[in-house]
Design a protein around this ligand. Sequence first.
Ligand code: ATR
Length: 292
Amino acid sequence: MQQGNRVDSHTVLYGVIGDPIRHSKSPLMMNCAFRETGINGIYTAFHITASQLAAFIGGVRAMDIRGVNVTIPHKLDVMPYLDHIDESARLIGAVNTIVNNSGVLIGYNTDGLGYVRSLKEEVEPNLAGKRVVILGAGGAARGIIYGLAQEQVATIAVANRTFERAARLAEDFSLMAEVKAAGWEELETLCKSADLVINTTSVGMYPYVDETPASASWLKESAIASDLIYNPLETRFLREARLAGCRTHGGLGMFIYQGAYAFEYWTGQTAPAEAMRSCVLQALEAAAAAKS
Ligand code: ATR
């Protein structure tokens, strides 16, 4: 008999913190992973406000909570409470995963690595030599640049509405990759020679599903269009790129694999990524059906 989600006096605790948090699909996904692997763990969502963060971290130590995912607005503010910050989180400037090693709390960021693993498994295994354009220069873009930098891509151009933010980002990653900042008005020219165009902005996210950050007519037919948004599962940007003949990559994979890496850091076991994906997909599809 599988032990996962059995809940007894040996059950190990995990969870996600954020404010708000009740929309999170992480508990569904992680408990599915525990069930599949037979690990005696349970994962829940904690609504933690900024003023409760210190007390929560005290609780992690006191209750020996093994793993925590961190989401908005705590990804930066949690860092001073941890004992060690992994290179991934240091360079990205945010923590999304905490591992509690017998009271020693280590902060990681699995977003960028999760993104790259999903892109490689779902669309294109070989990213070396690719010319990449990233739309947006926020925290998500930083994670992705960290991930892509390990893949020997040729160049990364970051186009942002606020140029200064792209310039700062390019500077921060200048030792890791060939990153250059660009203005939003350069996007069309950049897209025309890109192999991979990634939208990290919120343009096109529910409920603004008719918006798109870039025209699919700018993309080469051999290009990959990628969007971090997973609500809707296929954004207008991706739909138009698909109809133009491009390969496309939606945001659900990044969510699944950032969770898969967190699961692997906590348990030392390979995450059951496909089962995790089908649990989340089922919930998203049910929610979409309820809305329509
Ligand atoms: P995240 O952590 O999800 O990246 P963020 O740090 O708030 O969130 O960054 C959001 C990104 O989306 C930014 O690059 C932002 O551009 P600015 O730096 O100019 O604010 C971009 N963005 C948000 N709305 C946008 C819009 N309507 N058009 C273009 N870019 C937009």
